[in-house]
Design a protein. Structure first.
Length: 96
């Protein structure tokens, strides 16, 4: 996993189960920017959330992954984002 990672963050963590990647974090929990990548299919099975299959319109959840990123206020200020409209404008312009 580490051989395929490219990040400016000094903190990264990954969690495996049965030798397979389940969750990957870039950034520390209190960092201004945090990225989470995780096996959503496994979460559905483990936490008995089978209703997701119907919501998504699929039966096979083996390769369903979720990517989340979190921008805290400090990061938003750095990018001059104070409103939802600011976020829309900046993200469509390729700044973020």
């Amino acid at each position: 996993m580490k051989a395929h990672s490219v990040t400016r963050s000094r903190k990264a963590a990954y969690y495996t189960g049965s030798g397979c990647l389940e969750t990957y974090y870039v950034g520390s929990k209190g960092a201004p920017i945090l990225l989470r990548l995780y096996d959503k299919g496994k979460e559905v099975v483990v936490n008995n959330k089978e209703w997701f299959k119907k919501l998504w319109g699929i039966d096979d959840i083996e390769n369903v992954w979720r990517v989340e990123y979190q921008l805290r206020r400090g990061a938003l200020k750095q990018f001059s984002i104070n409103t939802i409209d600011d976020l829309k404008e900046k993200s469509s312009g390729g700044v973020i």
